[in-house]
Design a protein around this ligand. Structure first.
Ligand code: DMJ
Length: 638
């Protein structure tokens, strides 16, 4: 029991007689009790009441929010999202200095969020990109993503990106980048057809019948003067079911195309683009117009093989029937003389004229026996007089050697897997790649293929090398060791990262990988290597990897790349352009050139990547030449 006399605590006892329900009694009784309290007791009570009042006012909004939060559905970023009542982690308030990275690409662990304005140098950036990525992701979650685009206006021009050009830069309005990522494949196929139509529109309006469109200046460039883009694009139009465009182009081939011209053409380029394009169009359509034209150009290219060594010259005059090496050397490029075989062999099969095949087979037989290889890897040059490799000791899977390796495998496939020398050379070369050229980058351990120069390794990799994942996967599909497929997957990731780690999401022509521990990021790009020519190799490999694995990530990667081509290389008046700087999304600096392989290869491989029909150019029936023209695999009787 508490003693009522004690004054150090409050004790209110509401007892007494009378009508305690009456208001007056209660008022009087309370007042009396209050008066009976000590000053300390009264102050304590007043203090407690005041405290409760202050707390009540302070917590009122949170309480009401709590109850609202249980039911409110918030519209966010076009979707309806039920917001969690209590976020797991409260976001830091954004400071004025914090900038959200404008692009979101790739697995967060490997994205490069170094969205530095004015990317003058690649080399030293203090932040850790992975931490940056996480931070940027977190920031992205805080506010709706505003995506910018840069559809290039034709008068925004320019090769080189000079200061004057920058001055003249037209500020283009922001364009919403559409996100079709969760829509059916149909939309992606349509997006490829749209891209083709847009490219074709520019070609038709400003370069019809010429070699290449110059979309910024709304003009054209000539290389051989043979309608190169039109011929390279024929089978793509057929495959994409763009029949109206195809018929127009076919009319041009039948009425305008003549190879009886006094022009020098490059043997390799005209074989893979023109001869290859005509042969595959013949196979797809059955129209002998294309076979006749193929035979005409094939025959006109044959003088290239009239050399002391039978290793062909690089250039042929298709009107005069003469051939010669480049002015400054009697060497030819190894990739060029060993990547014309699929086409000439097929021409022999179709025409029953063995001369074409005999010429190119002889080249392969000679190269097979040559000294100067290292573990199956070939140098980049071969002399047309001596028939020997020159510039010994330098090995790459990039420019000047790349398609030698590709055609070893593909000739073996084309010929029904009977030519064992080709297979042996291919397998040996792959061992050479693993032993001499394959390394891992730092910090993310990306597998890459570097180069070797007189025993010195260089971590340089051309975008051209990105044909290799697709070729490795193709070999594994045709029964070669399963570890080829594992390597294909690793290299595919690397080639994708060459896009994803750039500010435009487009790969540069050449990258250098970091190998030393403590590197900040995997990929560096030298100033001179920042261009993108709309090349196909990565998309090509994504197509093979998707066909064989059905892993949807390859399609999603391809979709990202297509969107970035649309964002940074599409010219408003028609066509797409190569760009000078993949590291500057504000001003990628158009080069004013649409290479024929963008239509012949890049868009075709996009379409095949997104197509669900495995019978659309089945890889058990067709082998693609190095310009993406499908040629039949011969039956075992042939
Ligand atoms: C194309 O002409 C061919 O793919 C060739 O094998 C390499 N160069 C271009 C595309 O990059």
């Amino acid at each position: 029991m508490h003693s009522p006399s004690r004054k150090d605590f409050v004790s209110l006892t509401f007892t007494g007689s009378g009508n305690y329900n009456s208001k007056q009694w209660r008022r009087q009784s309370c007042w009396r009790k209050w008066k009976q309290l000590s000053r300390l007791q009264r102050n304590l009570i007043l203090f407690t009441v005041a405290l409760m009042l202050v707390c009540g006012i302070a917590t009122y909004p949170a309480v009401t929010e709590h109850f609202r939060g249980l039911t409110v559905v918030v519209k966010e970023d076009e979707g309806h999202v039920l917001k969690p009542v209590i976020p797991e982690v409260l976001p830091e308030p954004p400071s004025a200095k914090q900038k959200r990275a404008p692009h979101k690409r790739g697995p967060p662990g490997l994205q490069n969020r170094l969205q530095k304005k004015g990317t003058g140098s690649d080399i030293q950036v203090e932040e850790n990109p992975i931490q940056d990525a996480k931070k940027a992701d977190k920031e992205e979650g805080e506010k709706p993503l505003v995506k910018r685009g840069a559809l290039i206006e034709a008068d925004q021009a320019t090769e080189g990106g000079t200061a004057k050009e920058a001055e003249n830069k037209v500020d283009v309005p922001a364009v919403e980048q559409e996100d079709h990522s969760h829509e059916p494949e149909f939309d992606r196929l349509e997006a490829v057809r749209d891209a083709f139509r847009h490219a074709w529109k520019g070609y038709k309006e400003f370069a019809w019948g010429q070699d290449e469109l110059r979309p910024i200046s709304k003009s054209y460039g000539e290389w051989f003067g043979l309608g190169l883009t039109l011929i390279d694009a024929l089978d793509t139009m057929w495959i994409l079911n763009l029949r109206e465009e195809f018929e127009e182009a076919k009319t041009w081939v039948s009425t305008e195309l003549s190879f009886n011209k006094n022009v020098d053409v490059n043997l390799f380029e005209s074989t893979i683009r023109i001869l290859g394009g005509l042969l595959s169009t013949y196979h797809l359509t059955g129209d002998t117009l294309f076979l006749d034209k193929a035979k005409d150009i094939g025959t006109r290219l044959m003088p290239a093989f009239n050399t002391p060594s039978k290793i062909p010259y690089s250039d042929v005059n298709i009107g005069k029937g003469t051939a010669h090496p480049p002015r400054w050397t009697s060497d030819s490029t190894v990739a060029e003389v060993t990547s014309i075989q699929l086409e000439f062999r097929e021409l022999s099969r179709l025409t029953q004229d063995t001369r074409y095949r005999a010429a190119v087979d002889e080249v392969m037989q000679k190269v097979h026996k040559l000294e100067g290889k290292q573990d199956g890897l070939v140098p980049m040059f071969i002399n047309t007089n001596s028939g020997q490799f020159t510039h010994l000791g330098v090995f790459t899977l990039g420019a000047r050697a790349d398609s030698y390796y590709e055609y070893l495998l593909k000739q073996w496939i084309q010929g029904g897997q009977k030519e064992t020398e080709l297979l042996e050379d291919y397998l040996q070369a792959l061992e050479g790649v693993k032993k001499n050229l394959l390394k891992k980058s730092s910090p993310n351990s990306l597998t890459f293929v570097g180069e070797l120069s007189h025993g010195q390794f260089s971590p340089k990799m051309d975008h051209l090398v990105c044909f290799l994942p697709g070729t490795l996967a193709l070999g594994a599909h045709h029964g070669l060791p399963a570890d080829h497929m594992e390597l294909a997957k690793q290299l595919m990731e690397t080639c994708y990262q060459m896009y994803a780690q750039m500010e435009t999401g487009l790969s540069p022509e050449i990258v250098h990988f970091n190998m030393h521990e403590g590197s900040i990021r995997d990929v560096d790009v030298k100033l001179a290597d920042r261009h993108n020519l709309l090349r196909p190799e990565t998309v090509e490999s994504l197509f093979y990897l998707y066909r064989f694995t059905k892993d949807r990530k390859y399609r999603d990667w391809g979709w990202e790349i297509l969107q970035n081509f649309n964002k940074y290389t599409k010219v408003s008046t028609g066509g797409y352009t190569s760009i000078n700087n993949v590291r500057d999304p504000e001003y990628p600096s158009p080069r004013d050139k649409m290479e024929s392989f963008f239509l012949g290869e890049t868009l075709k491989y996009f379409y095949l990547l997104f197509s669900d029909d495995p019978e659309l150019l089945s890889l058990d029936k067709y082998v693609f030449n190095t310009e993406a023209h499908p040629l039949p695999i011969w039956s075992s009787a042939e």
